[in-house]
Write a protein that binds this ligand. Sequence first.
Ligand SMILES: *Cc1c(COP(=O)(O)O)cnc(C)c1O
Length: 391
Amino acid sequence: MAKHKPETKAIRIQTTKTAQKEHSTPLFLTSSFTYDSAEDMAAAFADDSLDVNIYSRFSNPSVDEFINKIAALEGAEDGVATGTGMAAVFATFMTFLSKGDHIISASAVFGSTHTILTKYLPKWGIEYSYFDMDKPEGIEALVRPTTRMLYVETPSNPGLNIIDIDFVSGLCKKHNILLVVDNCFATPAVQQPIQYGADLVLHSATKFIDGQGRVLGGVIVGRKELINPLYLFIRNAGPSMSPFNAWVLSKSLETLFIRMERHATSAMYIAQQLEEHDAISSVKYPFLATHPQYGIAKKQMTNGGGIVTFELKGGIDSGRKFLNALQMISMTNNLGDSRSIASHPASTTHSKLTEEERRAVGITPGLIRISVGLENVQDILDDILQALAKS
Ligand SMILES: *Cc1c(COP(=O)(O)O)cnc(C)c1O
C-alpha cells in the first residue's frame, strides 16, 4: 500500500477480509471479542501492546480501518478515533496538559474549543493565552517556561484565518512545545499539517470527512509515542468512536478527494461571482488573491476548500433577511455536507457573545458563512443571488 497515491489509499486500505471474502468491508458491530483459551484471554489483558481486540471501547476493526486511512492520508504513523470532534480536542488537552501547564491558542477557534480553554482548563489549574491569527509574530512573547502546547485551526471556523504551519512549527521546536492543528476545514485531501511540522493533527470527522451530514466523529493522528498516551486516555475515559460511525466514515473517505475537488471548484466560482456584488462589502476565500494570507494558503493547501464567507453591508438585520430569503440552501449550523448550508454566526451560534467578543474571533455583524455543497453550482449561486436581492 505504501507505493500508492493518497486517493488510492483512501479507497483501498481495508480491514483484513473475513472468511466470506467480502469486497466492501463489513461492519463489526460487536461490543466485545472472544478468546480461544483462558491463556489467550490472560495474555490479552496482561500486555497492552498486543494487537488483539478486547472490547470496542479500546479497539474495533471498523474503527481501525478508519484510523488507518486517516493516518495514511495525513502522513502520520498512528491515530486514535473519538465519538466527536470535541472529544478529540478534549482528549488531546487531557492527555498532554497537567496542573500548572500553559497552552497558547489562536483566539479564532471553534466555539466549544473556546469554552474548554476558557471555562474548563482553568478549573484544573491549566492556564491559556490567546493570540491573534493575523499577528503570528506576537506568539513568541506569550511563551512561558510552563508552555506545553500551541493550538491552531487553519483555516479557522468561521473566520477562514490561515496560519503558516511551517512558521509556527519552527517556534514550537525552538521552545519544545507540542503543535496541535485542527485540520477540519481543509481535510487531508487539501492540507497535511504533519508535512509542515505539526506534532498532532485532529479532525471533527462530522464535517467534510463524513460529507453527507449523517454521523459524528473525531480523530487524532501523529507519531506513535504521542498516540500511545492518547489511546490509553480514550480507552479508560471512554470517548471512543462507535463502530457504526467508523464504518460510515471509512466509506466516506473513498469519495473524499473527488468531493473536496468539487466543493473547492464550486466555492471558488461562487467567491469570484460575489466579489463585485453591491450588497456585499467583502468576500473571503483562501484562494482569492484578496485573502490576507493568500500566499500561505497557496503554499500549504492544494485548493481553497469548501467554505466561503462574505460580509453583508446591511449588518445583522441583512444577515437575518438573507437567511430567511433562501429557497434551497439549508439553514443549519453543520458544514461540510453535500447540501449547501448557510449560517449567520452573529445572530445564531455566537449570539450570546458581546459584539466585541465576536470581533475578537473574527465574527462581524453581517458575516455569512456558506458551506458550498455538491449541487449544480449555478443552482447554488442563483439561490444566493436571489436572497441577496431581498436582504
Ligand atoms: C465542528 C468542529 C469541531 C467539533 O466537532 P464535533 O464533531 O461537532 O464535536 C471542532 N473543530 C472545528 C473546526 C469544527 O468545525
